[in-house]
Design a protein around this ligand. Structure first.
Ligand code: LMR
Length: 359
């Protein structure tokens, strides 16, 4: 749950980047560049590069520290600092305190931050719509099937393409499967009728919500709990670890364990920053990241299980499990979302993904 200092810090940052919200695309781009430069200036009290021979890596993410992603980032920080004897520092900014969903990608491209680990859903709007295949509802039976894509040739080629936007794709990490929440059970399409559902900026997720009869509302992750509390939106979707650590259970009475779609991340770096590192440092950082990702993938399930147990213990949230017939109705309703994405990105991506999944 956000504490007071988080809220203060977040609103301070929001003032810096606030001009972004709701502006037209071009104006927003110009404002973004200006505000990011301002943000960079504000940060320059702490040098971007540490003492002579040293290096500081600025790493930003939008979730709580006690989530699979937050813990993997922390593991990365600890490994880098330990193995470099403190010569390479990693400063992790969790919870969207530095940059949030609206501005983190541009901050990375501009070099205002060195590394991020956004959800795969967030790559579509920067020119990589094929990443939205990971958002498709009911495509993946389990995380192992996703891994056959992310850890195989297809996943590696997706990461390699990111250089087109001056990003270096470093690796994938799972969170797990998403569930639906609202102030009512959401177990089949009829239950979604007329609801405003907060989503990430993904055309696939928007299409999914529309196919279920809801109205998708794109909002930054850090704004979701407040928007739910204020009734700006009625419900949302996320893995349980995000639901619990954001305190969404305090503003939603019902969690439906629909497990309808996957949520994962790609760790990315600013290309100029990455290439500016001396080869031995880059090797050290790469190895630390490889181990942190492995660790993150190991704990994703248990963090979600722990969050579900904590939620049950806290009481107050009704937890529902859909019946097989309800899952069938959900799957049927969202079928057009698959064909819609295939039309947009071409069938080859989906064929390759299916082939990879089958091993
Ligand atoms: C969301 O915006 O719902 C998630 O992508 C947040 C995250 O990064 O886990």
């Amino acid at each position: 749950m956000p504490n007071k200092s988080t809220v203060a810090f977040t609103s301070q940052r929001r003032r810096v980047v606030g001009a972004l919200a709701g502006s037209a695309a071009l104006a927003a781009m110009a404002t973004t560049a200006a505000t990011l430069a301002a943000g960079l200036g504000a940060l320059s009290a702490r040098p971007a590069r540490a003492a002579p021979g040293g290096l500081t890596i600025r790493f930003s993410h939008v979730v709580a520290e006690d989530t699979p992603k937050g813990l993997a980032a922390e593991r990365f920080r600890a490994l880098v600092e330990q193995r470099s004897g403190g010569r390479i520092q990693v400063v992790v900014y969790p919870d969207g305190r530095l940059y949030g969903d609206h501005d983190e990608m541009q901050a990375l491209q501009l070099g205002a931050v060195d590394m991020l680990d956004p959800s795969l859903s967030k790559f579509g709007r920067i020119g990589f719509p094929e990443f939205e295949l990971f958002d498709l509802p009911y495509l993946f039976p389990d995380v192992a099937s996703v891994r056959r894509i992310t850890q195989g040739a297809l996943g590696q080629s997706m990461l390699a393409r990111l250089t087109r936007q001056r990003l270096v794709g470093l690796g994938f990490m799972d969170n797990g499967f998403k569930h639906m929440s609202a102030n009512r059970p959401l177990l089949e399409p009829a239950h979604f009728e007329g609801l405003r559902m907060r989503i990430q900026a993904s055309r696939v997720i928007a299409a999914q919500m529309r196919a279920l009869g809801a109205r998708p509302v794109t909002l930054a992750f850090s704004e979701t709990r407040r928007a739910l509390a204020a009734g700006v939106v009625d419900g949302t979707e996320n893995p349980v670890s995000n639901f619990w650590t954001q305190g969404m259970h305090t503003v939603q009475t019902d969690l439906s364990l629909t497990q309808h779609a996957y949520l994962g991340y790609a760790f990315v770096a600013n290309q100029r920053f990455w290439e500016s590192m001396a080869a031995p440092d880059r090797a050290l950082v790469s190895e630390a990241l490889r181990e942190a990702l492995y660790f993150g993938n190991q704990i994703a399930d248990t963090q979600n299980d722990k969050a579900l147990a904590a939620l049950r213990e806290a009481g107050g949230t009704r937890i529902h499990v859909p019946a097989p017939a309800q899952i069938t109705r959900m799957r049927k309703a969202v079928e057009p979302v698959h064909t819609g994405l295939a039309r947009r990105i071409g069938t080859a991506w989906l064929d390759d993904a299916r082939k990879a999944m089958e091993g």
